[in-house]
Design a protein around this ligand. Structure first.
Ligand code: GRG
Length: 314
């Protein structure tokens, strides 16, 4: 059973965290913009309407909108970053609808911010400081896709060959060429290829599908790579990739459901990474997203496997 009321109360605490200077605030102050996206999406999956008004969330986003067209993780001395720019665009999509923006949002300035972060090899850095891996390709493509401006993408062929160069002998994808296959990076690569309508056909994905299916451990939970512990967040990263590849039926669904439900924090609400740990909003979203994929009867809202947003908002 999903502890709906406990999770709704837990999510409300995230919205209030700023004022209370609580542990939640300290843990998330550098990524508040993403935490708001996780909270709003989790609330949607629980079909609950947060007490925080849409206008106050949009006012917050205006305060973290930077002159360069990107969004920062919080107010104050925080720089703009592709991840927070995607989170802000995801929030617009939930609150206003796809391709709808508040009047203060300058679409062209944000497109320029995204494109300026592209490298000659097609990949993207997250910000002006230059860290580059497949996460930021996904953030750039998902942002352009949600604002309905994929046509603005430059170096499309280079993006595709960069992603292909991150593919490993085991069928998976890593963060950069030559790095170990990882469930999170596989989500980024497969979703990026899906956004670009260049997903390999089922026959050339069979090794990848096997790799993803092997992530299920005897106790039911999924890990992100071989020899690692299970973690609820892979109920998102791995299942979404399997969903995109039309192979989610290969997972033992009752066992995974049981693992996810056992990760609920019965004392404080929310989901933890694994049974017995403390709940947090990141794992709460991804636990609920997993239960949505597995069609839990208390989680009837469908989640989109590429955008991590309710299907009805797209
Ligand atoms: C909108 C859903 C969405 C995503 C935005 C930031 C991003 C795009 C994607 C991140 C993909 C990624 C790399 C996820 C993995 C996160 C994670 C749990 C990393 C932990 O790595 P380790 O090495 O843990 O600490 P393991 O489980 O490998 O032991």
């Amino acid at each position: 059973m999903i502890l709906v009321e406990e999770h709704v109360r837990f999510i409300e605490k995230i919205f209030e965290a700023d004022e209370r200077k609580s542990m939640e605030y300290l843990m998330m102050s550098h990524l508040k913009t993403s935490a708001l996206y996780w909270s709003l999406t989790a609330a949607q999956l629980l079909q609950s309407k947060p007490a925080e008004s849409s206008s106050s969330i949009l006012e917050y986003l205006q305060r973290v909108y930077k002159a360069d067209g990107g969004f920062a993780g919080n107010e104050g001395p925080h720089d703009s970053h592709l991840l927070f720019t995607l989170s802000a665009i995801q929030i617009f999509t939930i609150l206003l609808g796809r391709g709808e923006f508040p009047v203060w949002f300058d679409l062209n300035r944000t497109i320029n911010f995204i494109l300026k972060l592209q490298l000659p090899n097609g990949s993207f850095t997250g910000d002006r400081f230059g860290e580059s891996d497949t996460r930021f390709i996904y953030c750039a493509l998902a942002s352009l896709s949600l604002i309905n401006r994929l046509d603005a993408l430059t170096r499309r062929e280079e993006v595709i060959s960069y992603i292909n160069s991150c593919k490993n002998f085991d069928g998976g994808y890593g963060a950069i060429p030559g790095s170990e296959s990882h469930g999170g990076n596989i989500f980024c690569c497969i979703s990026s290829l899906q956004i670009l309508s260049t997903l390999p056909d089922a026959s050339s994905s069979s090794e990848l599908i096997e790799w993803l299916v092997w992530r299920q451990l005897p106790a039911g939970g999924l890990n992100g790579r071989p020899e690692k512990l299970p973690d609820v967040c892979y109920s998102w990263w791995i299942l979404s990739a399997l969903k995109t590849l039309s192979a989610i039926h290969r997972i033992d669904s009752p066992k995974l459901r049981e693992f996810i439900l056992n990760c609920q924090d019965r004392g404080h609400g929310g989901f933890a990474d694994r049974p017995g740990d403390c709940g947090d909003i990141f794992h709460t979203l991804f636990g609920l997203a997993g239960l949505s994929f597995l069609q839990h009867e208390q989680c009837k809202v469908d989640i989109n496997p590429v955008h991590c947003l309710p299907e009805h908002s797209l």
